[in-house]
Design a protein around this ligand. Sequence first.
Ligand code: GLN
Length: 477
Amino acid sequence: MRLCDNTALELAQMLRKKQCSAKEIYLDTLQRAIEKQDTLNAYITFNDDAEKAAEAVDRKIAEGKELPLIAGIPIAVKDNISTKGSRTTCASKMLCDYIPPYDAFVIEKIKNAGGVIIGKSNMDEFAMGSASDTGYFGAVRNPVDCNYSAGGSSGGSAAAAASGGAVLSLGSDTGGSVRQPASLCGVVGFCPSYGTVSRYGLIAFASSLDRIGTIGRTVKDTHLLHNIIYDADIKDVTAFYKNYSFNLKGALNGVKIGVIKELMSCYMEDDVRSSFMSAIKLMEENGSVVKEISLPDIKAAVNAYYIISSAEASSNLARYDGIRYGYRSEKCGSLSEMYKNSRSEGFGDEVKRRIMLGTFVLSEGFCDDYYKRAASLRRSLCAGFDEAFQQCDIIAAPVYPKAGFKLGESAVPAEVYSADIFTVPSSLAGLPAISVPCGKNKEGLPIGLQLIGSRFCDNKVFDAAYGYELIGGGYNG
Ligand code: GLN
């Protein structure tokens, strides 16, 4: 077994026992990432400063300094999270030469803790998609079977962590983009409560939904990285809640688990359904109490999500006008021609589709029928979740209707969108949720179990997921 195949916690112990150096861990992980790059396409850019960061950790260890457990651990960062001096493209031609002048809040936290940022991972353009195939740098392939998609939009982060090309990763989750690729690649992906992790430096897709999440091969590893990045931040007014660090116990006894009736009547593959049912049964056998709950508004969640997220995207992406930064077309006769050509050439099809949809739902005469109705559905869904959490501690659901899908499989946008039914409800409500491996389908593709908590109860979500992992859930890829 190579160094890069260990978990972050194992590596942290090895570093402390001086069984290896941070530089050795970094070089081995980089080597794996490079070996896999041609097949997986998980990275867009490798970080030139990573070796120096690893050496700095080794120096501190030699001086006998006590370091956070994350020190010396190689971390992949989704390419929509700003890294000072290192290109941050959002997988878009629009930003393909953009070098941020500052670090995102989460990057500052990681660097201060001694984490080694190995590179910037591939994704869907501006995080819009479910297959990591809408970006300018090509699609990401699944490490379990490279004919299949790694999922999206944080496909590069999930594929890197699953293949040993990173030990941990950061992704972003607006409607499922950390949980879904984690499920498809057989790793753990956590999306925190909205308001606990600063979005400062995360390039905006839909500001009221965007969250930065963590990916690892175990619940504890995922938790380790989350504990470094969450904090209140004055630079993001919505990040106000200071959670607290805690030790995972993994207690499942007496935990009330709700299963949403309306979600279980949605389409999902047989293997997805049976893995989900076995996971629930296993938790029940270990002392959890499973009960059916009802959330009727959930059926309209996909519509509301695509209206709200596209509306916000159309406004957020208006800044890419070819003037201040980003791609500028060479065909610029007049000012309006410059806007038009820069945006037409700089954005890909999926991003343009969302900008058009978003502009439409906000336009006069249509706003009440679309945007305002979606916003009111969102409020009522939040109230429904509040009520549901009076009856249970955790809600369990599948992550995605399919265990996987082949790259290039022709798909109509509306069908791809509707497959987000299991992840977007908690996105609209800002709730913490995790995807933890719970089995495989007949072809050996991983399947994830989703556990959702009430707002700011991130700890309960981690604890239930850890409990599930302890009783034999998980994926032994
Ligand atoms: N699949 C969803 C979408 O395309 C989720 C994206 C995300 O969470 N960034 O919008």
